[in-house]
Ligand binder design. Sequence first.
Ligand SMILES: C[C@H]1O[C@H](OP(=O)(O)OP(=O)(O)OC[C@H]2O[C@@H](n3cnc4c(=O)[nH]c(N)nc43)[C@H](O)[C@@H]2O)[C@@H](O)[C@@H](O)C1=O
Length: 322
Amino acid sequence: MSKKALIIGITGQDGAYLAKHLLSKGYEVTGSSRDVMASLFNNLNTLGIRDQVNLISVSINDFRSVFNAIQVYDPDEIYNLAGQTSVGLSFDQPVEAIESIAIGTLNILEVIRLLNKPVRFYNAGSSECFGDTGNLPANENTPFAPRSPYAVAKSTAKWLINSYRESYGIYACTGILFNHESPLRPERFVTQKIIAGAAKIKAGQLEVLQLGNLDISRDWGWAPEYVDAMWLMMQQDKSDDFVIATGRMESLKYFAAKAFEYFDLDWQAHVEIESSFFRPNEILCSIGDPSKAIKMLNWKHPTDIDGVIEMMCEAQAKKYLN
Ligand SMILES: C[C@H]1O[C@H](OP(=O)(O)OP(=O)(O)OC[C@H]2O[C@@H](n3cnc4c(=O)[nH]c(N)nc43)[C@H](O)[C@@H]2O)[C@@H](O)[C@@H](O)C1=O
């Protein structure tokens, strides 16, 4: 019999890639969005898997809705990718950050505890919890120093997972994922904003690209490889938390230069600084150490930042330059 997976929050980049990954492994996949009737499921369409997934409405803030979904679909594995994803937005909507991420995770944990079924639970953590790492790659033992409402919410969710794992023996794990990108990334995130911007400039549809703080550096990886790590974390004898990163950090200027270079453009000639894109509190450096995942999960991440940029540029070139 095939295993059943419930992906809470299937509409985003990770939800779509994870659904594809689980389908390829023979899972029966149910995925949720807040309101199925109002969702477009573009990412599932792009990956050609919309018809292979059972789609349901779940509001993660609403205990009854979470309870109902888990009771009715009776999954072997639950992946929680729901809730706010934008760090920038969390400064403007902090209550939503706490409710959708921290309370949402707690709702799932409580349902698992109440139903008392041997279901496994993956929760989407974030490198934002570490705050500024400087040049020292963060690992599973690095203390948290969250700097945004988003990061505070993700930190709370992570500690709730640990607490329920220890108190009730639930199989629950957190993947502490560093930035991971793909052609499915929306333009609200800086990587896709830069690449789509460069493609539009090349196509004559845009003159100037406005960006915020360019003095930041990140550890950027390839999203399809990161969803494999999520699945691997759920196949262990004991649940545990893992940092998922590439171990290489590059500046946003490096990213912009490479992306514009793909389109034969000089980024400095087309980029303008716009202060409204600056955050009230910024993380300048973020780099992770994935040694534990490589050793214990046998996780592989062959794609480096240059590969990420190239594949994202190819996708935008097809969209704007064909
Ligand atoms: C790990 C973490 O990864 C992601 O969060 P993020 O790192 O905040 O992603 P981002 O692409 O919005 O910002 C990256 C950096 O780029 C700077 N930046 C400059 N200029 C613009 C700009 O114009 N737009 C944006 N969005 N950022 C800009 C911005 O200030 C920040 O320092 C999410 O997946 C999140 O869910 C998650 O968990």
